[in-house]
Design a protein around this ligand. Structure first.
Ligand SMILES: [Zn+2]
Length: 269
């Protein structure tokens, strides 16, 4: 069904890419409407994962984003099989985009993870770019906002990827010592070493609905503790109920919720 409508639209001479399909319910959607709806399916409410560029476009004031360390690329220092090829073939340099931006007039340092690059895994570049963004914030007395989307640490960088957990957490501790706020936004999925470090350290932790958030996957936990896990375990709503997440915010409201937090921490604009 999905295919036939898309095919017939191309036969009618409509421009390519005018339609898109919801990954969950397979509803055919007009791409323009879908993008205006923040890539949330109007039929079933499914949240498509956003790459970093799209997320930044939805979140910051127009033309306010100024990118940091755009050309920083990872190095395959362990000669891990296949890693060099992956780096070479990728259109994106690494799994985080950082910069300064304004959000409803509030200046902030921003780091947005990109799941499209190796599952948003955290290696040396992710850690270094986040730390530099935090240091920029300390220097300029800006708040920090990090949007996480990650499968965890990057095994291709071995122990160096794990070191980024401590490195980013230490930078955020220095931010706190300087009395500057950190707003963490957790999106689907935020797991492993990222969940176990900076993603959970926000002065306020905001999650998107139904995002998978946790350290290890449910199967590993069930096998370890030999107990069945409760319904909805590791989803945003469950974590909010149990105090791990402060607010579950719909994507369309996210900019406003962040603005309210900035207003609370930094005063009126
Ligand atoms: Zn849908």
């Amino acid at each position: 069904m999905a295919k036939s409508v898309a095919e017939s639209s191309s036969k009618k001479g409509l421009p390519a890419g005018i339609w898109t399909t919801c990954k969950k319910c397979e509803q055919i959607l007009l791409r323009k409407d879908y993008e205006e709806n923040f890539m949330v399916c109007p039929k079933c409410g499914y949240y498509a994962r956003l790459n970093a560029r799209k997320r930044i476009a939805y979140l910051v004031d127009e033309n306010s984003f100024c990118e940091f360390d755009k050309d920083m690329k990872p190095v395959d220092f362990l000669n891990f099989p296949g890693y060099s090829d992956k780096i070479k073939k990728s259109q994106i340099n690494d799994a985080v985009v950082t910069g300064s931006a304004q959000i409803n007039g509030y200046k902030a340092a921003l780091a947005v993870m990109d799941f499209e690059f190796m599952g948003g895994s955290m290696g040396s570049v992710v850690g270094e770019k986040i730390v530099r963004a935090v240091e920029f914030a300390i220097e300029n007395k800006y708040p920090v906002i990090i949007v996480s989307a990650s499968g965890g640490a990057r095994m291709q960088e071995g122990i160096v990827s794990l070191m980024q957990m401590g490195k980013t957490s230490a930078a955020l501790a220095r931010l706190a010592e300087n009395n500057l706020p950190y707003i963490s936004v957790l999106t689907d999925p935020t797991t492993g070493g990222v969940a176990a470090s900076f993603a959970m350290l926000g002065d306020i932790n905001i999650a998107e609905p139904k995002a998978l958030i946790g350290f290890a996957g449910p199967r590993v936990i069930e096998q370890t503790i030999r107990q069945q896990l409760p319904e909805g375990f590791q989803l945003s709503e469950f974590l909010e109920k149990h105090g791990m997440v402060d607010i579950v915010a719909e994507r369309k409201d996210l900019k406003d919720v962040i603005t309210k937090a900035l207003n609370f921490f930094c005063g009126k604009k």
